[in-house]
Ligand binder design. Sequence first.
Ligand code: PEP
Ligand code: MN
Length: 362
Amino acid sequence: MNATKTQRAKTWLTKDKRPIVIAGPCSAETEDQVIETAKRLKATNKMDVFRAGIWKPRTRPNSFEGVGVTGLPWVKRVKEEVGLPTTVEVAKAKHVELCLAFDIDILWIGARTTVNPFAVQEIAEALRGVDIPVLVKNPINPDLALWIGGMERLSAVGVKEIGAIHRGFSNLGEKFYRNRPQWQIALEFVRQMPEIPILCDPSHICGRRDILQDVGQKAMDLDFDGLMIETHIDPDNAWSDAKQQITPEVFGKMITDMVLREDYEDNPVLQSKLDYMRQEIDHIDDELMNLLGNRMKVARDIGTYKKENNMTILQQKRWNDILEKAKRLSEERQLSTDFVSKFINAVHEESINQQEKIFKQK
Ligand code: PEP
Ligand code: MN
């Protein structure tokens, strides 16, 4: 069954508030830093849940690996004295036990843990019979099944409130992002798991401050249910992820400046106009399919002709001409040449495959 986006908006995490915003430091460093960050965040009135890393999975050893259990009473103070719900990353059963002992409200599983089914299973076992929400970040590699598998392990032990976080995917040679977002994977996740709310973590996607706003906005435009953003009272001197953290005040402005478009499924007038425009799209898509079908039929006829006359499938000059023409037309049609070239390549590949089938026929 496909839950609509409006139904999704009513799931546990967002209740009647969308987007839900989680903010706080990458790492809890000192008691003062934790409390001051939380107070300044609360003052922005733009966030809902306080995050802090207590145990930090670092890429290289000898980096700061988190203050550990010492930091949990600080986070508990945030809940009791500042009045914010809290969330902490867990990577093993012991972390779960300690978080429960310190009344943490929501747990999250980090990208480096989601990749490891043993670790997720261990966490799940520690959560058997425990009623606490868990957010699952995507694994560092773009493997949708592994991400969903993590959630299945949790729901199998009875965890009822599960959410997802898109934090981008590790990509060798990537320069622009720290972890490149793969929106189509996140959207496919939503299609397959419509009842699970999904957040975006622009901080770990970007790894830098200057593009956080754009990435957060993109997630909002794609109807994500919320955001997780790293914030620090002195970002440049943060003990981890200094380059991507922002002050609570910059964070407040970022959220204020975000354009939040409504999901109008509840408004019949706006919805019917949209439905009408979508019908047009559906009609055009049908035509596209018919045209592609026709094109492939001609390609098969050409295949038969080439076979009968002992000609090669690919004739380079002809292919160059097709590409050149497509590029010229793309400008006139206001299409990017990159898109047109990918499209025409895909169509051409399918034609060749269809012709090859004919060549293989006895
Ligand atoms: C974090 O949120 O601080 C963190 C370690 O993130 P990720 O698991 O996305 O790398
Ligand atoms: Mn971090």
